[in-house]
Write a protein that binds this ligand. Sequence first.
Ligand code: SF4
Length: 304
Amino acid sequence: MRCSRRGCHKTAVIYQPYSGLHLCEAHFTEYIERKVKKELRRQMVLKPGDRLVVALSGGKDSSALLYMLHKFFSVRRDLELLALAVDEGIRDFRHETLKNARAIAGDLGIELHIHSFSSEFGFTLDDIVSRGYEQAPCTFCGVLRRRVIERKARELNATTVITAHNLDDEVQTIMINYLRGDIERLKRLSANRIAEFVPRLKPLRTIPEKEVAIYAYLAGIPLITRHCPYARLSFRFTVKRMLNEFEKRHTGTKYSVLRGYERLMKLLPETHQQPRFTICERCGAASASRICKVCEILELMRRD
Ligand code: SF4
């Protein structure tokens, strides 16, 4: 198939069922980068002196994001781009992606900071899982990783944390919160500026996971085929499969969920749009409840 762009006769590397376009390598890359830049502009205004910290796992999404941001911002001497990786302690998995994270950050000349659950909390995710709790490992992992990123971003004087959530991640999270009826978390998802936290950006949130993977491949970023061994145990995994099935049968479902969610959030009166936080009585961190989730996990691990 030939590229659909007018006057271009190159072979297409991708077909986008939702747009009906076939795109060659150059036009696909241009399309992705234009969309990411647009999303960046929509979400933030860069100021001289900004320190942007990219949450880097070493997987395809965060590696592609770091590569792209470096491409956009390396000419800006007034901005700093740093990378932050978290080692949760997942045997036969994380060391592989961290190797990748070191390689890509090293190639781009970006300072990489790696912190582990083990040094921050005194146990690994594998330790938690070995206790056989009812909750899925991702429940613990997400809470602890967010805390490490927030804490370390503050220590690095970050003005913004940039994460690599793609369209699939975003739509899964929306759907999970709909299914749980969790309105507070739904609100949190669209608020990239919450007073209690370092501002967060998600420039890939409108790019489908498959397209991020193709972009990464074309950019020469090594793709890791190994997946986290705990991913299949999560509710997210079930929702992911369901959404992929819908997308296969009804093209554009994922974009519809995202747009529908955005329209719904705009309908909320402004006073209801900001999520509510208090201060954790034990550690003093911002929390949605009296005792934060991190302290609950620490208590659980101390007790059992
Ligand atoms: Fe953590 Fe779940 Fe992601 Fe694995 S899949 S790294 S357990 S959040």
